[in-house]
Write a protein that binds this ligand. Structure first.
Ligand code: ZN
Length: 398
């Protein structure tokens, strides 16, 4: 049984430090964590013994003895990430160092009478066929909605028709594994914190475009969740009082204007235009179709104005743009850039806005990062489930 004694806290802090800043020498670890070199020597010996740390190259030094650096072992653990959508699930098996070991897609109906039973079946079937490898630390679930608390996992998601769905509780009972549940955009932010921009920028904004529009706010290295876990619903920023009705019931939300349905409606308003999918609209823009290009440019302008407002409020160092909609980003960009620059508060105009690579498994990778980030979370955001993940990593049987 792994308790909460000082040694465990310091072990977690060592993992967190190496996970976020990269390899360090024992002396550097002792200095950063303000603990004695003897304690660091003892705890790192245990962590090396349990296969979580390894000795790397010698760090060159001027005079004195070169110091041995220690780093995390990538295959010390793995997590299964699951992205829940309105018609399918994407599951992905990811190592502690972010390497993807496998991915699966399964049909899913969130309106089914036993949707959570179906979700448990899908996860169990993938778990049953996992290849041998690192220890499974837990399951991360990303949902398009708000989640009360990662370690509890009760979900409200209008796009899935879910109200107070006990996702975490049901899956934990079914799978006997730690389960963390989080809003899908917040999960992407956790992945950015662990493997992307967030390693070097503690204050950043994640923006997603695609079927919907979303945001995650990372302040001081932590995802800001709000009072009910619902922070970051950027898609429901009111933009146009005469705009189309949104899925949330209000009129003229940002998402209703520039999400997939909004883009297609916008193209349909042009006589003789009308496209069946955003991919078709993108292909037309690629061919130089004037209507398609105008639709993206207008959408880029609307999103850019709204984003400038958000940047002015939050003051992030960097904005990372993600989501399936980034495939057509070159057509959004001219309108977006112009609108953002025109509305940014003076002094923020040099902010870096970066569009990152995207594929079908990216959402699910974010969900896996919820679990993989837990050992590096010395503050214990994920509560009891996070403690169980850390116990599995250290090899104890809770
Ligand atoms: Zn709305």
């Amino acid at each position: 049984m792994v308790g909460t004694d000082r040694g465990d806290l310091t072990r977690t802090a060592i993992l967190a430090l190496l996970g976020t800043v990269g390899p360090l020498s024992r002396t550097e670890i002792a200095r950063e964590l303000d603990v004695s070199p003897a304690t660091v020597t003892q705890l790192t010996r245990e962590l090396i013994g349990s296969g979580m740390l390894e000795e790397l190259d010698l760090k060159p030094s001027r005079g004195g003895r070169p110091a041995q650096r220690l780093g995390l072992v990538g295959d010390a653990g793995r997590a299964l990430g699951v992205k829940v959508t309105a018609d399918h699930l994407v599951l992905v098996d990811v190592r502690l160092d972010g390497e993807v070991l496998g991915s699966w897609e399964r049909p899913f109906d969130p309106a089914s009478t036993d949707a959570l039973g179906d979700l448990g079946d899908a996860v169990a079937s993938v778990l049953g066929g996992l290849e041998e490898g690192p220890r499974l630390l837990g399951i991360g679930i990303g949902v398009p909605g708000s989640v009360d608390d990662q370690g509890v996992g009760t979900v409200n998601a209008p796009t899935l028709g879910w109200q107070a769905m006990p996702v975490g509780e049901r899956l934990r009972r079914r799978l006997h594994l730690p389960v963390l549940v989080e809003n899908d955009v917040n999960a992407l932010a956790a992945a950015e914190r662990l493997y992307g921009r967030g390693r070097t920028h503690p204050d950043f904004l994640v923006l997603t475009v695609g079927r919907g529009v979303g945001a995650a706010i990372v302040a001081d290295g932590r995802v800001y969740r709000g009072a009910r876990g619902g922070a970051g619903e950027f898609g429901h920023l009111p933009v146009d009082p005469d705009g189309p009705v949104c899925g949330c019931g209000a009129r003229g939300c940002l998402e209703a204007l520039v999400g997939t349905a909004g883009l297609l409606a916008r193209s349909g308003a042009h006589p003789g235009a009308g496209f069946g999918s955003v991919a078709e609209l993108g292909a037309a823009a690629e061919r130089g179709d004037a209507v398609a290009r105008e639709v993206f440019a207008e959408a880029g302008g609307i999103l850019g104005r709204a984003t400038a407002g958000l940047i002015n409020v939050i003051d992030p160092e960097v904005v990372v743009v993600l989501g399936e909609g980034t495939a057509e980003w070159p057509f959004w960009q001219p309108g977006f850039d112009r609108a953002v620059r025109a509305h940014l508060y003076p002094g923020r105009r040099d902010i870096s806005i970066e569009v990152e690579g995207w594929d079908d498994t990216s959402w699910a990778q974010g969900a896996a990062a919820l679990v993989l980030a837990t050992p590096f979370d010395a503050a214990g955001t994920a509560g009891e489930q996070g403690r169980l993940v850390r116990a599995r990593l250290i090899g104890a049987t809770p």
